[in-house]
Write a protein that binds this ligand. Structure first.
Ligand code: ZN
Ligand code: ZN
Length: 424
């Protein structure tokens, strides 16, 4: 039996730039992300060995954002679902565009995106395929966003399961993670984003959110909803549609393109028909004149970026921040050092080099697409591994989660540091 070594090149004791190297003679890389800070893009540690395969768990930039970078120097077979490839391509081209706009030199070009696509092997859920001489891979729906996958990597004698980002319970757009057929796990590598807490019930969060929206509109204020391009913006529009708010909902930013891709895969959505209806009811901001319209009379504006690190949200914020009757409603996890986290903690945010003291109401709603502590423990008990590796969580969360897992299950749990090579 081979020894297996694990090195987190990124995404250890942090949320962002996930990149996990498995070495058992062959070398396989799970994810190749970036971390978007207030001022710069962080990359994972470089890959200093020849890879036998890469696997991308889902399209979010913290998991896929620097895959093209790998293709500067060499080519490697990359495995992911077809919808992840569609979404990732959208995000890669957008990253290049943003780099160009901010006159940064991107680390890679269109050429590398085309290479990444060329060497990508779209893989369906629940299809066991051989990806190297010694390894088989099978994807299962992770319930996190469109195309998100839990990877089951079967070596000659050991089975490694990598959750990527996952959600066990169903959400508005997606069924929960599909763990049904995963058997005999030896090593479980799992995200820990919410390893220290529970989410309130989804319906309750929706009601509180809608109450806040209505309250703001009643005062004559605008509601600005920064939301992630993939999943969250469409979910928010779906909610606003169901609760019949009666005020125009403007839909701006990259969520539009992501929405079109989502509707290309109706079978992967819980209710594509409903989502299509909700989206067609929103006003799609297709040119700048719509932005002026959105700001003419009180309205709801759903736009990227979810952590306010770019996108049209800055434009709206500059117009809306001064008025305390307006509301800025955050709808997802705010990574440390992002503008969104800053805004939440200090009511201040820098937009186009100018520091704004935000008088508008800033509030965060816990619409998470990540498993919370209880869901994670349920998944762990179901998969019943011999050993657990915790990744993708704030440093402060890790020891709490590790203690909880070990107390409840007795399974040895390790918390690797970035760059540390550990024997599994
Ligand atoms: Zn994610
Ligand atoms: Zn993530």
């Amino acid at each position: 039996m081979h020894e297996i070594f694990f090195t987190a090149l990124g995404g250890a004791k942090e949320v962002g730039k996930s990149s996990l190297l498995i070495d058992y003679g062959e070398k396989i890389l799970f994810d190749r992300g970036v971390k978007l800070n207030a001022r710069k893009t962080e990359y994972p540690l470089p890959v200093t060995t020849n890879l036998d395969a890469t696997i991308i768990s889902h399209a979010h930039l913290d998991h896929s954002g620097s895959l093209p970078h790998l293709f500067l120097k060499s080519n490697v077979m990359n495995f992911l679902t077809i919808s992840t490839l569609d979404l990732a391509k959208l995000l890669w081209f957008d990253s290049l565009k943003i780099a160009g706009m901010e006159s940064m030199t991107p680390e890679w070009t269109k050429e590398e995106i085309h290479k990444a696509e060329k060497f990508s092997f779209p893989t369906d859920y629940k299809k066991n395929i051989q990806i190297t001489k010694e390894a088989h891979l099978e994807f299962f729906d992770a319930g996190h966003i469109l195309g998100s996958a839990i990877s089951v990597l079967s070596l000659k004698r050991q089975k490694i399961v990598y959750t990527g980002d996952f959600k066990l319970f169903e959400t508005r757009l997606h069924h929960g993670a599909d763990l049904g057929r995963i058997k005999n796990t030896d090593i479980l590598i799992t995200e820990s984003t919410y390893g220290d807490r529970e989410h309130p019930p989804r319906k309750e969060v929706e009601k509180l959110f809608v109450e806040k929206v209505r309250g703001t509109l009643d005062k004559g204020g605008w509601v600005l909803v920064p939301a992630f391009a993939v999943g969250r913006s469409q979910e928010i529009i779906d909610i606003l549609h169901e609760y019949k708010i009666g005020v125009p909902v403007f839909f701006d930013g990259m969520g539009q393109k992501a929405a079109k891709i989502m509707l290309d895969y109706p079978n992967l959505l819980k209710d594509a028909h409903l989502l299509r209806k909700a989206l067609s009811n929103a006003i799609w901001v297709s040119n700048p004149s719509f932005r002026k319209k959105a700001l003419k009379d009180p309205s709801i504006i759903v736009t990227t970026a979810g952590m306010l690190s770019g996108g049209p949200v800055g434009y709206y914020l500059k117009e809306l921040y001064k008025n305390e009757d307006n509301a800025v409603l955050l709808t997802g996890y705010q990574v440390e050092n992002t503008p969104g986290r800053q805004l939440l903690e200090t009511n201040k945010i820098e937009v186009d080099g100018k520091l704004l003291n935000v008088a508008a109401n800033v509030e965060k709603f816990d619409f998470s697409a990540h498993a919370d502590q209880a869901e994670s423990l349920q998944a762990i008990k179901k998969l019943s591994p011999k050993k657990i590796v915790l990744v993708h969580g704030d440093a402060s969360v890790m020891p709490i989660f590790k203690k909880k897992i070990e107390e409840e299950t007795g399974i040895e749990t390790v918390v690797p540091s970035i760059g540390e090579r550990i024997k599994l």
